[in-house]
Unconditional design. Structure first.
Length: 256
């Protein structure tokens, strides 16, 4: 690990700003990758649960993140990560989920202050713009998602947060290889328990309202039957005869 400290001397006491340049192999005393510790600290200090427009999700304090040395140090760590050290399937999945969520936050900060993701760019540009440098290479959200696609796991879609209120919530801790299944399950259950976010049954008229994410990913969910089968674990009742409608996608920012 390399530690570079810049000292600034004014008429006030000395202000020391330390910028950490770290490698993936560098760990803290508990054996946790340093980027992961920095991301955990960032989430602890700059997120909380919010409810807006009938949706409960994770709010992000973007204005504080603009001044966060921890967030900047984490990005420097990610620039020098050795991704060849990711050996197991769960290590790879957890890492790239974290990269997607960090990249999305970083992308929002490039344009902040905004109230809605529509103010950033077109929907296509939002996902194709370079959002984070990982191991010396710039990645867009689409490129990171494409890395996760070969794992052939539909549940991963519901771990990826763009910052929109209708996006899956940002988990308030890093995804880790050891806890990956329980973390994914937690986010899935939250998503589908929120009736204005994931799914809602109108039993009287037999309507099933579901997230527009299903519509946006036709290669993952190719029919209403597949969708109903997937969400049956999270909803009570037989939806076989229900007509499917898509919930409006709220692109307001999860800011507080």
């Amino acid at each position: 690990m390399t530690l570079i400290c810049h000292l600034r001397v004014h008429f006030r006491p000395i202000l020391m700003t330390c910028l950490l340049v770290v490698f993936f192999g560098a760990t803290n005393t508990l054996g946790t990758p340093l980027y992961e510790s920095l991301w955990r600290n960032t989430l602890n200090q700059n997120t909380k649960t919010i409810k807006r427009d009938n949706i409960q999700t994770t709010g992000v304090h973007y204005s504080a993140l603009q001044q966060s040395q921890t967030f900047q140090a984490m990005k420097r760590a990610i620039q020098h990560i050795d991704i060849s050290q990711l050996k197991t399937r769960n290590e790879q999945i957890a890492f790239w989920i974290n990269m997607y969520n960090i990249a999305a936050v970083n992308l929002v900060l490039d344009y902040y202050p905004i109230k809605n993701l529509d103010r950033i760019a077109t929907k296509q540009q939002f996902y194709t713009k370079h959002a984070l440098v990982i191991a010396g290479k710039p990645y867009s959200l689409n490129q990171i998602r494409d890395i996760l696609h070969p794992f052939q796991d539909k549940t991963l879609l519901f771990t990826l947060s763009t910052g929109a209120l209708s996006s899956p919530r940002l988990l308030r801790e890093p995804y880790t290889a050891s806890r990956l299944p329980s973390q994914i399950d937690s986010n899935l259950r939250h998503f589908f328990q929120e009736k204005y976010l994931g799914a809602r049954l109108e039993k009287g008229v037999q309507y099933l309202y579901i997230s527009a994410l299903f519509k946006d990913h036709p290669t993952l969910f190719q029919s209403d039957t597949q969708i109903k089968s997937f969400i049956s674990l999270f909803l009570h009742g037989d939806t076989t005869r229900y007509q499917v409608f898509f919930l409006p996608f709220n692109r307001s920012l999860n800011d507080y």
